[in-house]
Ligand binder design. Structure first.
Ligand code: ATP
Ligand code: MG
Ligand code: MG
Ligand code: MG
Length: 439
């Protein structure tokens, strides 16, 4: 992508309304634009990151055996009357009336709708286990939308829903998602700690929140440092091996880890003092087992091996890709801007032409741009007629993991400069070596 032809509205002045660094940097780097309170347009660079996160989430859901579909954003109020949640959900639900005065709503979550889909076609235990998910926009009329996309009203959620014949099967499904979440967050470059959590309005008796430690987090959390040293399940994890998954779950739930709602001060006091972590955290994922809470009132039943009908056991599993964009920036930035991990960087390389119009510099940049692009890298080529200082600042702000700096001085020795954004380390290399090092 040539920056001169891209849409990247960088702000020169730090935006005043932003209280936390990720919100400030997302606005400054032209990733999002606020359209109404808690409602954001995703500008091209923000969308790139959001899509990269969603792609990793999707790959790990698929690996764990979940199946993607897509449900609508608008739902019928009648569906929610069946579960009893239409009144119970309260003011966070955005209620809508259509031209025929039918009551509709913008979905804050999809337990009711997926239960309706399930009961419409699944009849037998032979069709189980089943896990269906989608990645879709949600709306919650948050009392206090703030921190940009960290707590917005419209936000993207991956929500999966599992169906099993009994509790034992449902626990296996729960453990599949538990392991998939550990893998997902690791691939994003994050350490997310599963913590015993309250089930809230979703209901149920088994629940974990996945929390990233961050001083700007809204949750108060307590854990044993030992949990940070546990191995993350590999890509070769067998998701059909119930015992294997149970041992991963057991290993991660043995050390103390709980959010403030579930905190047990006496149990925490048993953790050796040097291993006690009491910190703030960001909730990036949340998994629940809630049994027959929806299948019972909504009549989602299957026939068991004995020919008897029974309500199906369900769980639901959320991740917030849009909140994750902000959470990642909270974790990966310095005083000059964003420092993207390689796995989710919007561009792999920022190519800086320090003297646009100089024929040798232009030619070297063209060569690099084409060679890196041909090798599958996403390159943002700063070909604007601007001062080097402005280009350095923009590249650092945007945070591509690598910068290739091309100026007439080093080019007269046949060299370009390679800079690693995270460390600031710079090396002079030939054009060929630059291509080789980056691919
Ligand atoms: P919170 O405690 O932050 O309000 P929640 O517990 O209400 O979140 P869940 O119902 O568990 O959220 O939804 C699953 C995931 O969706 C959350 O873990 C989070 O990643 C994301 N999410 C929820 N609310 C928002 C929001 N207002 N803005 C952005 N992401 C959100
Ligand atoms: Mg909430
Ligand atoms: Mg919560
Ligand atoms: Mg939650």
């Amino acid at each position: 992508m040539r920056l001169s032809r891209y849409f990247l509205p960088i702000l020169r002045e730090p935006p005043r309304e932003a209280e936390i660094v990720s919100h400030r940097l997302m606005l400054r780097a032209g990733m999002i634009r606020q359209e109404a309170a808690g409602i954001y347009a995703w500008l091209p660079m923000g969308l790139r990151v959001l899509n990269k996160i969603s792609a990793i989430v999707r790959e790990e859901q698929n690996r764990a055996g979940a199946i993607e579909l897509l449900m609508p954003t608008i739902q019928s109020a009648d569906l929610w009357r069946e579960s009893g949640r239409y009144e119970a959900y309260g003011k966070e639900m955005l209620r809508i009336e259509d031209r025929h005065e039918r009551e509709m709503l913008f979905g804050p979550t999809n337990e009711e709708m997926i239960t309706e889909i399930f009961r419409g076609s699944v009849r037998s235990y032979r069709d189980l286990p089943l896990n269906l998910y989608h990645i879709q926009w949600k709306f919650r009329d948050e009392v206090r939308p703030r921190f940009g996309v960290m707590r917005s009203r419209e936000f993207l959620m991956k929500d999966a829903y599992s169906f099993d014949i009994d509790k034992e099967g449902a626990v296996h499904s729960y453990n599949r998602m538990f392991a998939a979440y550990l893998r997902t967050f690791q691939r994003l470059g994050l350490t997310a700690i599963p913590m015993r959590a309250d089930t809230g309005p979703i209901g149920g008796d088994l629940s974990h929140e996945f929390i990233i430690l961050a001083s700007t987090g809204e949750s108060e959390v307590y854990c044993d440092k030992a949990i940070l040293d546990l191995p993350v399940p590999g890509a070769d994890t067998n998701f059909d091996d119930a015992a294997g998954l149970q041992s991963i779950f057991d290993a991660y739930t043995t050390p103390y880890a709980a959010t403030s709602e579930m905190h047990d001060a006496a149990a925490f006091a048993q953790v050796p003092a040097e291993r006690q972590v009491s910190a703030r955290g960001i909730e990036v994922g949340h998994i629940f087992y809630f049994g027959t809470k929806y299948s019972d009132p909504m009549g989602a039943k299957v026939t068991g091996p004995d020919g008897q009908e029974r309500p199906v056991h369900m769980g639901s599993y959320g991740i917030g890709p849009s909140r994750l964009v902000a959470a990642l920036i909270e974790a990966f930035h310095d005083e000059n801007g964003i420092v993207w991990p390689d796995s989710i960087a919007p561009f792999n390389v920022a190519l800086l032409n320090l003297k646009v119009g100089d024929s040798a510099t232009d030619a070297a940049c063209d060569t690099l741009y084409c060679a890196l692009g041909a090798r599958g890298l996403d390159v943002l080529y700063d070909d604007r007629d601007d001062r080097p200082g402005a280009k350095f600042a923009a590249a650092d702000l945007i945070g591509a993991p690598w910068q290739v700096i091309v100026g007439p001085k080093s080019l007269s020795d046949g060299k370009v400069e390679l800079k690693r954004r995270a460390t600031g380390e710079r090396t002079l290399v030939s054009i060929e070596d630059a291509v080789a090092r980056l691919t």
